[in-house]
Design a protein around this ligand. Structure first.
Ligand SMILES: [Zn+2]
Length: 438
């Protein structure tokens, strides 16, 4: 496929590129960028010509924390459907957590995921588990996982409760140059908790999860990372005190990074009023004060990554009483619009920050190339239309998981084109939301 993109408003902090340009894409790569490429320069029949009329063109985004559910839970999501939702959300690369059935604690499962992902719309980076079956008891075969192509290790969904095993995991992962992504949660303190512990949990009569359950594990893992020299990445950080500890550790030179999610940046535990099971997520939606701290954190660079923690579930998984519903939000298709409406349009962060938080920084942590928009670079690109007002409807979601607290909500701004390896994989320029194979 050859594409001539006209009138793109490029934002690329990687190459310090900003403003109106034309682009020529040939054989998967960006062949030429210029302030103007005239149609006379090309053989028209060979090219698809796309006039962006000044809409934003950004490097494709990376979601480093997602759940694709395959193998084992294909009723929640498949690699195919998850990648379709990711393409519609503006992600060109996604990393998937190993809590499948079987757990990705072995090379064969990682190979299976990779082979399924070959025909998917976006690039998939598998993450291997830290311990066998993610049970926290015995280290997984980390060397074989690395050989099979994993870029990080995590027991996400569960913490590694045993500190001795976490120490060994950190020592071992270091020799394979793999970061440990830690799901920080003291399960004894969480007990049967279903939402943030505080005023709202008392009023609603729901069992609370204290912030301390997360913070105790963050502090333990920072101590172990300092002790072992390992590269630690804290998944879905959600509390103010957790951030303070992160800032202090960074100041001391501990190799630690962290991510937060779009939903933790925009929703507080007030959203649980009404007992909508789609607001049930782990870690839980926290207080207004925590949200403000997280926003400060992404602005100051203390939090280096925003990841969706895309966690699709079936209708039945989320049915019924709040106490029994599954944890998780289907996040791919709302992430960028939420971040635009709530943060970028309000000047809390810029588009440049977004590309760092959801592109450059996750790429660095996972050891991936991220060339941005320049000549000869792989053409992984997205187009964002800030004027596009749309309403999220569950029936229009590409993900099998319709579990989102944002259903029915008006959104400002939308990803309308996703290009992976120089091919258009998602096209919503005419409001049709087309997925493009082949
Ligand atoms: Zn997760």
């Amino acid at each position: 496929m050859k594409i001539l993109i006209k009138n793109a408003n490029i934002i690329d902090p990687i190459n310090n590129l900003r403003g109106k340009h034309d682009l020529m894409i040939v054989n998967g790569k960006i062949e030429k960028i210029a302030t103007e490429i005239s149609v006379e320069e090309i053989i028209k029949e060979e090219y698809k010509i796309v006039d962006l009329e000044g809409k934003y063109l950004l490097p494709g985004l990376i979601d480093m924390h997602t759940h694709l559910r395959e193998p084992g839970y294909e009723d929640k999501e498949t690699i195919k459907s998850g990648c379709e939702a990711a393409a519609a959300g503006g992600f060109t690369t996604i990393a998937c957590m190993p809590n499948t059935k079987p757990v990705a604690d072995n090379a064969a499962t990682v190979e299976y995921i990779k082979s399924k992902a070959e025909n998917a719309l976006v690039k998939v980076i598998p993450i291997g588990s830290i311990t066998k079956k993610s049970e926290g008891k015995e280290l997984a075969e980390i060397g074989f996982l690395k050989e099979a192509g994993v870029r990080a290790l995590s027991d996400d969904g569960y913490p590694v409760m045993n500190s001795e095993i976490m120490r060994r995991a950190m020592e071992y992962s270091g020799s394979f140059d793999l970061p440990i992504i830690s799901h920080c949660e003291d399960i004894d303190l969480v007990a049967e908790g279903v939402m943030n512990e505080g005023y709202n949990s008392t009023i609603l009569g729901l069992k609370g999860i204290p912030a301390a359950a997360e913070e105790i594990m963050i502090s333990r893992d920072i101590i172990l990372a300092e002790f072992t020299g390992a590269q630690l990445h804290i998944a879905h950080i959600s509390t103010k005190r957790g951030l303070d500890m992160l800032a202090e550790a960074k100041k001391k030179g501990v190799k630690v990074s962290a991510e937060t999610t779009p939903h933790h940046l925009v929703l507080s535990d007030d959203a649980v009023k009404g007992y909508n099971p789609d607001t049930k997520v782990n870690p839980p939606l926290r207080s207004e004060e925590d949200i403000q701290a997280l926003r400060e954190g992404i602005k100051s660079g203390i939090i280096e990554v925003i990841a969706t923690d895309h966690a699709p579930h079936t209708y039945e998984d989320k049915l019924g009483e709040y106490n029994y519903a599954a944890f998780g939000i289907s996040g791919f298709e709302t992430a960028i619009s939420l971040l635009y409406s709530n943060l970028i349009a309000k000047d809390i962060i810029s588009f440049e920050d977004l590309v760092l938080l959801m592109g450059k920084n996750p790429a660095r942590i996972l050891g991936l190339d991220y060339p941005g928009i320049k000549e000869n670079a792989i053409a992984d690109l997205i187009v964002f239309d800030d004027k596009n007002k749309w309403k999220l409807e569950k029936k229009n979601m590409k993900s099998k998981g319709k579990n989102t607290p944002f259903a029915g909500q008006e959104m400002q701004g939308k990803v309308i084109l996703t290009i992976v390896d120089g091919k258009i994989v998602y096209n919503d320029m005419k409001g049709k939301g087309e997925l493009c194979y082949g």
